[in-house]
Design a protein around this ligand. Structure first.
Ligand SMILES: C[S@@+](CC[C@H](N)C(=O)[O-])C[C@H]1O[C@@H](n2cnc3c(N)ncnc32)[C@H](O)[C@@H]1O
Length: 357
């Protein structure tokens, strides 16, 4: 049986673990002057590449409170984590990311908040086992945020192979964790059958012109391996009439990325982990960038708000999805396709892991 700590023990436990892993930072944090731009990690200010999507809405809904612990399931460049930690100077964050490189890229943030932030290199589908491994599984979680997909850093770094921009030519990799043994986009493009390639482009990319592209891939790889992102772009361009090529390229790249990282299953299982971890009355927030991702979140929330003993409820004014404001679109054009859905955990026992969502 799971033994739950009372609130006080919850925090003592958190602090003990922090002390074990880091020395305690005595510096106070100035919350007075926090503005949206401040959530850009200091190391990245020169790049101006990372802007956390829906930061105002996330902080309003999460409403971080002193002595409470929040999970950022997709740490990335730590923009949302920074927002949470700066909004309430006595709250704590446990942040997950499957990409170990993001932790190297956010050293300044992690040093600044080392007494209130624990980062864990793990997928969000394994949050509970990762917490258990770190003796953190008894902590009470007062809110959880998912910001799906890839970060600007990952997209804009050529050697990750996520981008189809010509100037970002790189190896066809696309693994969010390059240390993992999972198949890369190179393996898929160069070894999968025509049918499997077509299924990936159709199912994960909603692309219709799958036959021409798959045939051309197979023809080209018989001559030599398709190594780089630009090679794949050229193949797609030569298989599709010009005006359609750009959208198709984007869909094919996205479909490969989603398949390589098993992103849809990750979301399904990750949401059930959230259901298990959240305390009653705590919000779950999920930001999607594509209708395929958003559909899973929508189905999950619709199901678990309407079953007999619902494990989630919508707050009365937040049943509908939230879309980026004009202000956000101007500040951060990459938020264009973003959708935020949210619901509040009830006190009923978690059940979603028993369902096939
Ligand atoms: C859109 S970015 C998050 C940006 C972040 N909210 C911020 O403000 O900096 C998504 C991040 O989630 C990570 N990620 C994607 N899928 C994941 C998964 N299944 N488990 C853990 N991390 C994941 C990616 O590696 C990436 O760093």
């Amino acid at each position: 049986m799971i033994k739950l700590f009372n609130n006080n023990n919850n925090l003592i436990k958190f602090q003990q673990i922090l002390k074990r892993n880091y020395s305690v930072n005595k510096k106070g944090i100035n919350v007075e002057d926090s503005s949206v731009l401040q959530y850009v990690d200091k190391e990245f200010e020169s790049y101006k590449i990372h802007k956390p999507v829906f930061i105002k809405e996330v902080l309003e809904i999460l409403n971080p409170q002193p002595n409470k612990i929040y999970i950022d399931a997709t740490f990335g460049m730590g923009g949302h984590t920074r927002g949470i930690l700066e909004t309430c100077k006595d709250c704590y964050v446990i942040a997950f990311d499957r990409d170990p490189k993001v932790f190297d890229m956010t050293k300044s943030l992690r040093t600044e908040f080392k007494d209130r932030l624990i980062t864990i290199n793990s997928t969000f589908s394994s949050m509970r086992s990762a917490l258990k491994e770190k003796n953190l599984s008894h902590l009470k979680i007062s809110g959880i945020l998912y910001d799906f997909g890839v970060s600007s850093y990952q997209i804009d770094t050529a050697d990750r192979g996520f981008s189809f921009k010509k100037e970002l030519d790189g190896p066809l990799d696309m693994r969010m964790n390059q240390n993992s043994s999972q198949l890369s986009a190179f393996d898929i493009v160069n070894t999968f059958s025509e049918k499997d390639l077509r299924d990936i482009f159709f199912y994960y990319g909603e692309e219709k012109h799958t036959k021409n592209i798959a045939n051309e891939i197979i023809r080209k790889r018989q001559i030599e391996p398709i190594k780089n992102t630009n090679d794949l772009v050229k193949i797609i361009e030569s298989s599709i009439p010009y005006p359609m090529a750009l959208k198709t390229i984007s869909r094919v790249f996205r479909s490969l990325r989603m398949f390589v990282n098993d992103e849809l299953n990750e979301i399904k299982v990750g949401l059930t982990e959230g259901e298990e971890l959240l305390e009653p009355n705590s919000p779950l927030l999920a930001i999607s960038f594509h209708s395929i991702e958003d559909r899973i979140v929508k189905q999950f929330l619709n199901k678990f708000t309407t079953i007999d003993e619902p494990t989630f409820k919508f707050s009365p004014n937040l049943k509908s999805p939230i879309f980026p404001s004009e202000e956000e679109l101007e500040w951060n054009p990459r938020s264009k396709s973003a959708v935020l859905r949210t619901a509040i955990r009830t006190s009923n026992k978690p059940i979603s892991s028993k369902f096939n969502i």
